[in-house]
Design a protein around this ligand. Structure first.
Ligand SMILES: Cc1cc2nc3c(=O)[nH]c(=O)nc-3n(C[C@H](O)[C@H](O)[C@H](O)COP(=O)(O)O)c2cc1C
Length: 362
């Protein structure tokens, strides 16, 4: 079941999805990698705990990111791989990628926009041979990114993450599609997987190698992972279930909010980034819906598409508040199956359970 990614061995086909802000940092990513999976640090505002974060967020984030990548690699003991997740829509995107590459990260995974120029950014750090991967929501995006990278850089993605409409956080789908899939209509992830495999086929042939695809978003367990693997996926990416682990970098308050959540508490919000997002219906969301949320009073321009003059709240501050367990003011991102997370465990238990379910599904 091992997968080879840019010449490196990933013993288990399990990716832990990047979770910002501050939910997947070095501890969670390192623990997943130590079990043989790919652990992912979210670069989004990852320096929020640095003493100078309020005065100089950019420097604080890059300093913290370098330290976190190195620490996660140490924790991994070389068993699995350590990745970073960088959002194209953030103003620090390119700097974060360069910093992570210099710190020795094994893979860079980019979403919230198409990472058109990712190979050019990576080429600025020639000492790194990290794998580069886009997050796509279907065949069109997969085909477009392959065409662009092939034409301009003579390379194609080392792997692809296909994120379906049941994922947590920002979604590459309309609010309607996200809600429909949550309402139990036939899951389209299998159809999207077929599209993506078809889109990648000509590039696999041209480059004479496999482009592994990992499915993400509402993949419940190892049995479902196996079904997608039978349909051509290399493995799966999981996120929400890793929040309720001892090693997860979120506060106890965030973990408890997730454990307390029932299926009916999950909603789709319109994020200031301009994309729909899946989150718990916390007091902040209720105030935004009612039009009673006070507008933000300052802005560090962290997100390119966010407009300070019109945004109903500052998403970065809301995500940091959630990370710190502030139920009143936090934006608590979660996947569509969050209601099923009902106990705190360890990363090792989660990994073993997924593998056990995968084995038993045969
Ligand atoms: C709390 C939370 C934060 C997330 N933040 C990010 C992020 O910063 N960047 C990103 O590409 N995906 C983000 N995601 C999406 C996950 O990486 C992942 O693809 C998806 O949630 C997997 O589905 P699952 O949670 O049902 O397992 C986030 C998901 C959650 C639950």
């Amino acid at each position: 079941m091992a997968v080879t990614i840019r010449g490196k061995r990933l013993p288990l086909p399990i990716l832990q999805g990047g979770m910002g802000v501050g939910i997947s940092l070095d501890r969670l990513a390192g623990a997943v990698a130590a079990c043989g999976g790919m652990g992912t640090i979210s670069t989004a505002f990852c320096g929020f705990q640095e003493p100078d974060f309020a005065q100089n967020p950019n420097a604080a984030n890059l300093r913290a990111l370098e330290r976190q990548v190195k620490h996660a690699k140490e924790l991994s003991k070389g068993a699995g791989l350590v990745a970073v997740n960088a959002m194209v829509a953030t103003s620090q995107y390119a700097d974060s990628v360069r910093t992570a590459l210099r710190a020795g990260v094994d893979a860079v995974v980019c979403g919230a926009g198409l990472p058109r120029d990712l190979p050019a950014i990576a080429a600025e750090v020639p000492e790194s041979d990290a794998a580069l991967a886009p997050i796509v929501s279907g065949g069109r995006a997969a085909s477009l990114i392959c065409k662009l990278w092939d034409k301009h850089y003579g390379r194609v993605p080392d792997f692809v993450v296909l994120e379906g409409p049941l994922a947590g956080g920002h979604l590459g789908f309309s609010k309607e599609d996200a809600l429909e899939s949550q309402a139990g209509r036939p899951k389209p992830l299998s159809d999207l997987l077929r599209e993506v495999l078809d889109a990648l086929a000509p590039f696999q042939e041209k480059y004479g190698r496999d482009i592994p695809v990992f499915v993400a978003g509402g993949v419940k367990n190892g049995a479902e992972m196996r079904r997608y693997m039978d349909e051509g996926a290399a493995g799966a990416q999981f996120a929400t279930r890793f929040i309720a682990t001892e090693e997860c970098d979120a506060s106890e308050g965030y973990k408890q909010a997730l454990l307390d959540a029932r299926q009916e508490d999950i909603t789709i919000v319109q994020s200031p980034v301009g994309l729909p997002g899946r989150a718990l219906r916390s007091p902040l969301i209720r105030r935004v819906e009612a039009g009673t949320q006070p507008r933000p009073d300052r802005c560090v321009k962290c997100l390119v598409p966010c407009d300070f003059k019109t945004t109903p709240y500052c998403i970065s501050r809301a995500l940091i508040a959630a990370r710190n367990g502030d139920w009143e003011n936090g934006l608590f991102f979660c996947g569509a199956n969050a209601g099923e997370v009902d106990r705190l465990s360890t990363v090792r238990e989660q990994m073993e359970q997924i593998i056990e379910e995968w084995r038993n599904a045969r």
